[in-house]
Design a protein around this ligand. Structure first.
Ligand code: NAP
Ligand code: MG
Length: 405
């Protein structure tokens, strides 16, 4: 069978531990036999980040800007414990995702992969809910202060022109903690655009929530910019029969639980961090959550939402064939291949991505799955737990079958 040709390389960011093992298995068994795979390879494994003084992470993000599509394996973010585990580390390197996000900017869209035999905890949800998380600023790029005596804190902005504005934050009568945070019009605007564009592309309603009743200037600014940007999309939304609305975050939280799903929920950075964990847990598992970062210049970076599955990796090193779920990593690859196919006008590549996803979901629907999913299936459903190697072999055989049809 001739393999599907690609014209532009994917930026491939390899990673760590168990997901690095999955990465190679997926490529060798589910992609390379069918696709004449072209990638520009960046090894973001911890030791190579250390060896290159983390330059490799920066290079991979810049390559993503150049080529437009990347696929990333999960990576270790070193902490004190990792510094002991890897004594050769010369520095506690920053999270690669943070480095990549600060270069690409943009919005992270997280969407659960839903399967008939696994019902979400919230019984009314019939379709997936996508969280769109703003990936810049707020508490993640803030300044914090702890003070010990009574006094006043003020907030001063000094412009390049020399003009300044000052307001009192609070007069306090004792030890106090303080926090200064910011966001930029340009980043909020690109967040809004990414959300409207994703809604149009995926033909889903868009909800945006914040707390402008309390934070009239800060959250109010987000609300206003979304309204302004929506003017450029209103006609397209009408034509597709989809809707945009803004509501307070507490109202959104209540409505989401009562909803049927099938929409995008745009959240500020912190809200998105929290809500995406809630949504993924309610749909079943982090191992069934896809994640894509879309930057304002139109670059896409696909990944799985989970980490490097360390506990499984150490069991694997001890010789165990673990039952680690590769589905989110497979969907990172299919997302990237599909996007590459769209950009380069390669319908066969897009078709292959769809077939691989179907083969994956079909395998689970047929009752063959990794053990994390066995624990989630509906009572009465006949599920067999297999290890990762057996699962991938099963998906591969389904894929060969559908490719020959
Ligand atoms: P994790 O790797 O997501 O794993 C936490 C637990 O969730 C696992 O021990 C496993 O539970 C379950 N799990 C996650 N993915 C699974 C899968 N594909 N199949 C089956 N079970 C799965 O989170 P972590 O242990 O907190 O973090 C490990 C490392 O990943 C850390 O060094 C962290 O820095 C990094 N991390 C990277 C990213 C990223 O690159 N995007 C994101 C998050 C964390 P059981 O052990 O109970 O089976
Ligand atoms: Mg989080």
């Amino acid at each position: 069978m001739p393999r599907i040709k690609m014209s532009t390389p994917l930026v491939e960011m390899d990673g760590d531990e168990m997901t690095r093992i999955l990465w190679q298995l997926i490529k060798d068994n589910l992609i390379i036999p069918f696709v004449d795979l072209k990638t520009e390879y960046y090894d973001l494994g911890l030791l190579n980040r250390n060896k290159t003084q983390d330059q490799i992470t920066v290079d991979s993000a810049l390559a993503t800007k150049k080529h437009g599509v990347a696929v990333k394996c999960a990576t270790i973010t070193p902490n004190l414990q990792r510094m002991e585990e890897y004594p050769q580390l010369t520095e506690m390197w920053k999270s690669p995702n943070a480095t990549i996000r600060s270069i690409l900017d943009g919005t992270v869209f997280r969407r659960p992969i839903v399967i008939d035999c696994i019902k979400p905890t919230v019984r009314t949800w019939e379709k997936p809910i996508t969280i769109a998380r703003h990936a810049y600023g707020d508490v993640y790029k803030s300044a914090e202060l702890k003070t010990d005596e009574p006094g006043q804190c003020v907030l001063t902005f000094t412009g390049e022109s020399g003009a300044s504005q000052t307001i009192s934050v609070q007069v306090s009568d004792g030890p106090t903690v303080w926090l200064g945070q910011h966001n930029k019009d340009s980043s909020i605007r690109s967040f809004a655009r990414a959300c409207f564009q994703y809604a149009v592309d995926s033909r889903q309603d868009l909800w945006f929530s914040a707390k402008d009743t309390i934070s009239k200037t800060y959250d109010g600014r987000f609300k206003t910019i979304f309204e302004e940007e929506f003017e450029n999309y209103a006609v397209r939304f009408d034509a597709l029969g989809i809707a945009y609305f803004y509501t307070l975050i507490d109202d959104a939280a209540a409505r989401v639980i009562r909803s049927k799903g099938g929409f995008i929920w745009a959240c500020k950075n912190y809200d998105g961090d929290v809500m995406s964990d809630m949504i993924s847990s309610a749909y079943g598992s982090l191992a069934m959550m896809t994640s894509v970062l879309i930057s304002p210049d139109g670059s896409y970076e696909f990944e799985a939402a989970h980490g490097t599955v360390t506990r499984h990796y150490y069991r694997f090193l001890d010789g165990e064939k673990t039952s680690t779920n590769p589905i989110a990593s497979i969907f990172a690859w299919t997302g990237a291949l599909r996007r590459r196919g769209e950009l380069d006008g390669l319908p066969d590549l897009q078709g292959f991505a769809a077939k691989l996803e179907d083969a994956c979901l079909g395998t689970v629907e047929s009752g063959i799955m990794t053990s994390d999913l066995v624990a989630l299936v509906e009572p009465g459903f006949n599920a067999t737990s297999v290890n990762t190697w057996e699962f991938i072999a099963e998906v591969g055989s389904k894929l060969v079958y559908t490719s020959e049809q």
